[in-house]
Design a protein around this ligand. Structure first.
Ligand SMILES: [Zn+2]
Length: 417
């Protein structure tokens, strides 16, 4: 990617001569090696002949890509396996090698940072949540840089971190590596990638948490190889990401997904939103709104996590607050389903992830309001990562970059001979 291009350049009308040949756009490219690595992730241990069928690549080409991935320690060979039902030639399957490398993740939320380590199959190896000590960006990033070596030493089992992925809410430019604007954290134009790369010494990749979770759902979640999906994230920040034609939508300004101000409530019912009106999705369902409602109803909570614990334990007032949140989220989900008609809409919200009654409530609201969706039980699903959403988001940015270009500039990997 030519990083000298400005936003204005990117927005200029496209001429035929500007259009790269198919597969040449680094943001969209799925290399042959990446396709093979993806097939091994999805189906390993798997025979090379099966990978050829899955990817449409020739057996010789698959053999070459597997060789490159073996040389780099990203895949390994399993024990020789008999052919199906004892027929056919025995084969040596390949699978993801989890013994050498990890990716690290940092999710920057409004109250805290979640650091994580993930193996190359997408399994979270360790995670650690640290409250911010002041929101000044330099201090937040310094704590990330200081925390990762400790986490790796304690839980890495001697493995090397290939890269650090960073995710946060609101508006993030993955190409420039900056947080463009995060109003709740007071971040504007913060060069997160370069600052953390300098402080940690590993390659750093940055993306919005909704796009990161959409990518994670593609790599090792329920979205898988589906061509279209919407991810709706409901936390302190409320936003969304879109998968279209099999790729996570980026947009020329990387600003898609702001659904915070979808009108879902009634002007008289909710507190005023930061935009000056009442009844916006964010002002109705965000974590601060939930805590405020809980306090109004006499629950002894000061933090969202305490309210969620009460609901999981069955406190009827807490449960009803989450059911209400599910209904309001369902209204937004119905709008998104009608706007995009995706194969699946993933709701990243802990109530619907952990309380089946809340997911039923949300799906009923979707079916009552959406024009296109009459099978919400199938097409509206909870996050595949309930319980480790934030740990997954950061690390998935790094793992997604590895899958986009496994033979790219990964300093920790041996060069392919
Ligand atoms: Zn608003």
């Amino acid at each position: 990617m030519d990083r000298s291009k400005t936003s204005a350049d990117r927005l200029a009308p496209l001429r035929r001569s500007d259009i790269p040949p198919a597969g040449a756009n680094p943001l969209r490219r799925v290399s042959g090696t990446g396709a093979v690595l993806g097939a091994v992730l999805d189906h390993g241990p798997v025979a090379r002949s099966t990978i050829a069928r899955l990817t449409g690549l020739s057996p010789a080409s698959v053999s070459g890509h597997c060789g490159a991935l073996l040389d780099r320690g990203l895949v390994r060979e399993g024990p020789e396996t008999a052919g199906p039902r004892g027929l056919g030639r025995p084969f040596i399957p390949v699978e993801i090698d989890t013994s050498r490398f990890l990716v690290a993740g940092a999710h920057i939320a409004v109250p805290h940072v979640t650091l994580s380590l993930m193996d190359l199959t997408g399994r979270i190896v360790a995670q650690e949540r640290r409250p911010h000590e002041g929101s000044e960006p330099g201090r937040v990033l310094a704590r990330v840089a200081a925390g990762l070596p400790r986490l790796l030493a304690a839980h890495g089992s001697g493995r090397t971190a290939l890269a650090l992925g960073v995710a946060t809410g609101h508006w993030v430019d993955p190409e420039a590596g900056t947080v463009v604007h995060h109003p709740q954290l007071g971040l504007r134009g913060v060069p997160v990638r370069d600052e953390l790369a300098g402080a940690t010494g590993v390659p750093v990749y940055l993306d919005s948490h909704s796009r990161a979770l959409a990518r994670a759902e593609q790599l090792f979640g329920d979205v898988g190889t589906r061509r279209s999906a919407v991810v709706l994230f409901v936390g302190n920040v409320v936003d969304a990401a879109f998968v279209t034609a099999g790729a996570v939508h980026q947009g020329p300004r990387f600003g898609a997904g702001n659904v915070a101000h979808l009108p879902v409530g009634t002007a008289s019912a909710g507190a005023c939103c930061t935009c000056g009106t009442a009844g916006c999705l964010q002002s109705e369902v965000s974590e601060p709104a939930m805590v405020r409602r809980a306090v109004e109803r006499g629950l002894p909570v000061t933090r969202f996590a305490e309210l969620l614990d009460l609901a999981v334990e069955g406190d009827p007032v807490a449960v009803e607050l989450f059911r209400q949140r599910a209904r309001l989220t369902g209204r937004a989900a119905a709008v998104l389903l009608d706007m995009f008609d995706p194969e699946v809409l993933v709701v990243v919200e802990p109530g619907t992830g952990r309380l089946p009654a809340c997911m039923e409530e949300l799906r009923a609201e979707v079916e009552a309001r959406s024009l296109v969706c009459d099978d919400a039980a199938r097409s509206v699903v909870p996050s595949s990562f309930t319980g480790s959403v934030l740990a997954t988001a950061g690390a998935a940015v790094a793992l997604g970059a590895l899958h986009d270009d496994p033979l790219g500039p990964w300093p920790a990997l041996a060069a392919v001979s």
